[in-house]
Design a protein around this ligand. Structure first.
Ligand SMILES: Nc1nc2c(ncn2[C@@H]2O[C@H](COP(=O)(O)OP(=O)(O)O)[C@@H](O)[C@H]2O)c(=O)[nH]1
Ligand SMILES: [Mg+2]
Length: 206
């Protein structure tokens, strides 16, 4: 798919701000600092569309980017940032839960994991939750440029084993070099078509 336009639309701090436009939403989730904003910029070939930050945990907003006026990329807040209070963490959890239950057409949820680290308890909990939810999801490993090729492959295998998935189900990426972006797009293109036909079926039925 060619990205003709990519615009930031809005940020939602709570469910009153959610965008319910019935087009596919592709969701990007993961811990703070995992590289979500960088990945969005790299995927869209825009340098500064999504704000990247050295200070994790600042964004507690659901951010919507409209692509080609056809679908959304949605950056949902990172979880598991140790420095915030339990109360704040619960607020995050509720925000994410309500986003996912209020949004009509989720195409895919991408869960980002840093390739250098074993999945945390929060990551594993998120994966369990995704499995149970029935939403289509995919794991993206970020920051592969920080490892040698061999070490990256080793980590890809180790993480696959830990989360109980096939090695080929984990998309290895680097926002720095752009590696893996084609793989994500291939997946997105297919998911876009699938979600569109789901939307059309619903339209026909109503
Ligand atoms: N080397 C390298 N650094 C990255 C990559 N992706 C993100 N980073 C860095 O990791 C930090 C957090 O990235 P950001 O995109 O803001 O993460 P977010 O909190 O998940 O949105 C920033 O300093 C980025 O420059 C990558 O693919 N390679
Ligand atoms: Mg970010």
């Amino acid at each position: 798919m060619q990205v003709r336009s990519a615009v930031f639309v809005t940020s939602a701090a709570d469910s009153s701000g959610f965008v319910k436009r019935p087009i596919p939403h592709f969701v990007f989730a993961g811990r703070s600092n995992v590289g979500k904003s960088s990945l969005l910029n790299s995927l869209l070939n825009r340098k500064k569309l999504a704000k990247t930050s050295q200070t994790p945990g600042k964004t507690r907003l659901v951010n919507y980017f409209l692509i080609n006026d056809q679908f959304f990329f949605v950056d949902i807040p990172g979880y598991g940032y140790a420095k915030v209070s339990k109360q704040e963490q619960e607020k995050w959890g509720k925000l994410i839960d309500s986003y996912l239950s209020d949004t009509p057409f989720i195409g895919v949820i991408f869960l980002l994991l840093d390739i250098r680290h074993d999945p945390s308890a929060d990551d594993r909990q998120m994966i369990e939750w995704l499995r149970a939810s029935g939403f289509p999801f995919r794991i993206i490993l970020t920051k592969a440029d920080k490892l040698s090729r061999n070490k990256a492959l080793q980590q890809q295998r180790a993480i696959a084993k830990q989360v109980g998935m096939a090695v080929s189900d984990l998309i290895v990426t680097s926002s720095q070099t752009g590696s893996g972006m084609r793989d994500i797009w291939a997946f997105l293109n297919q998911a876009f078509e699938d979600t569109k036909s789901r939307i059309n079926q619903q339209k026909d039925a109503s």
